[in-house]
Ligand binder design. Structure first.
Ligand SMILES: Nc1ncnc2c1ncn2[C@@H]1O[C@H](COP(=O)(O)OP(=O)(O)OP(=O)(O)O)[C@@H](O)[C@H]1O
Length: 370
């Protein structure tokens, strides 16, 4: 048993006792280890527990104030790896923030590395869910800022996808001038950030998600730049050198790269894709972020008609397509019912830390990895 917090539908936290069964390491990032296992109380569910050790900026923050917890407490959607509970513990005098998240068994990047290919129906199904997630984030004024195959988790049997890792996510109101050029992993970084724009908008996620969608359809990275300059060259080679209007709209200096004519996305992609897919990519891969279709409009495009037909189509594994139409609804209620608060006296995260320190069975691998 350990003391932590749950999240009410309005985003407020409430104290709760948490209980877990066995777990195993199922992924790791630069500052985290992610364990998957069974939660026993207050709900029974397979979950992922992301253990994050703080950087200098967040070292003094209690877990309730940790940015990823703050952002995730404001969202809840079936296509997002939702934060269900959280707690903290101490290791080597460092606070470890522990985020209990919705779990799915596969990561898109790992599947790609294993040579898994998706058929057109599945590629559309997963792309639809990815854009549902972005649409929900946009409705909450949140930008994910790091959409890439490593942050997309899947259940291939059920045909489900969830967007994970909100460690770089930002609220739009607080996103002024924070040095955007190196945000978002290079292959998925949109032109405005490559050109030095520091203002975040939801259009950043639209670009990155389109690059991920292309990988689902074509099974290769769309723009695999060797460095920032090469990334720009690849993009301008397809979409052309930015027009004066594009430059003004992005609020950036005129890029000092070779001027190229637009070659067009069809000639760039070696394999012919579904014609509707090109239609979709042409509407989202625009240099000017203001001209990119929004997620809510993308979801209405004909490319997704096939997953909306009734009776629902069968996937290649024989299973019926999951019913994802309701995912366009943005106000999903947290399943997490309020439960009896934990025994008296959980006033602070520090107390939860102390108690969980003695009872936690989690590996302390992260302490030695850094
Ligand atoms: N909810 C989840 N369900 C299953 N696996 C997950 C989940 N969340 C994360 N993972 C796995 O753990 C890995 C690391 O998680 P995550 O990307 O959140 O960590 P990070 O430290 O923020 O990473 P980064 O180094 O990119 O900043 C993911 O790539 C994924 O394989």
């Amino acid at each position: 048993m350990m003391n932590g917090y749950g999240i009410k539908d309005g985003g407020e936290f409430f104290p709760v006792s948490l209980q877990f069964g066995g777990h195993k390491l199922c992924g790791s990032g630069r500052f985290s280890n992610v364990y998957c296992g069974q939660m026993i109380g207050p709900i029974q569910k397979e979950v992922a527990v992301k253990n994050v050790w703080s950087d200098t900026e967040t070292r003094h923050l209690p877990t309730t104030q940790y940015p990823e917890v703050q952002i995730l407490s404001k969202v809840f959607h079936p296509s997002i790896s939702n934060l269900l509970y959280f707690y903290s513990r101490n290791a080597n005098n460092k606070t470890i923030h522990c985020l209990v998240l919705d779990y799915l068994p596969s990561e898109m990047a790992k599947l790609r590395d294993q040579g898994v290919k998706f058929d057109v129906l599945d590629a559309k199904l997963y792309t639809f869910q990815l854009f549902c997630a972005i649409s929900h984030l946009a409705s909450k004024n949140i930008v994910h800022m790091d959409i890439k195959p490593q942050n997309v988790i899947m259940d291939r049997m059920k045909g489900l996808l969830k967007l994970a890792d909100f460690g770089n996510a930002r609220r739009l109101e607080t996103s002024e001038k924070t040095g955007g050029a190196y945000q978002v992993t290079r292959f998925y970084r949109p032109p405005e950030l490559l050109f030095g724009c520091e203002k975040f908008t939801s259009a950043i996620d639209i670009w990155s998600a389109t690059c991920v969608a292309f990988e689902l359809f074509a099974n290769r990275v769309l723009f695999r730049g060797k460095d920032t300059k090469d990334q720009i060259m690849l993009i301008t080679g397809v979409l052309g050198y930015p027009t004066d209007e594009d430059i003004k709209s992005m609020g950036v200096k005129r890029p000092r790269v070779a001027r190229k004519e637009a070659r067009g996305i069809e000639t760039f992609t070696s394999k012919m894709l579904d014609p509707d897919m090109y239609e979709f990519m042409k509407s989202t891969l625009k240099i000017d972020p203001k001209k990119r279709k929004t997620a809510i409009d993308v979801l209405k495009m004909s490319v997704f008609d096939v997953i909306k037909v009734v009776p629902r189509k069968k996937r290649s594994n024989g299973a019926e397509l999951p019913n994802v139409i309701g995912y366009t609804e943005m106000n999903h209620k947290r399943e997490c019912v309020e439960v009896e608060p934990a025994p008296a006296g959980i006033e602070t995260t520090e107390k939860a830390e102390k108690e969980s320190k003695s009872s936690s069975s989690h590996s302390t691998e992260e302490e030695t990895r850094k």
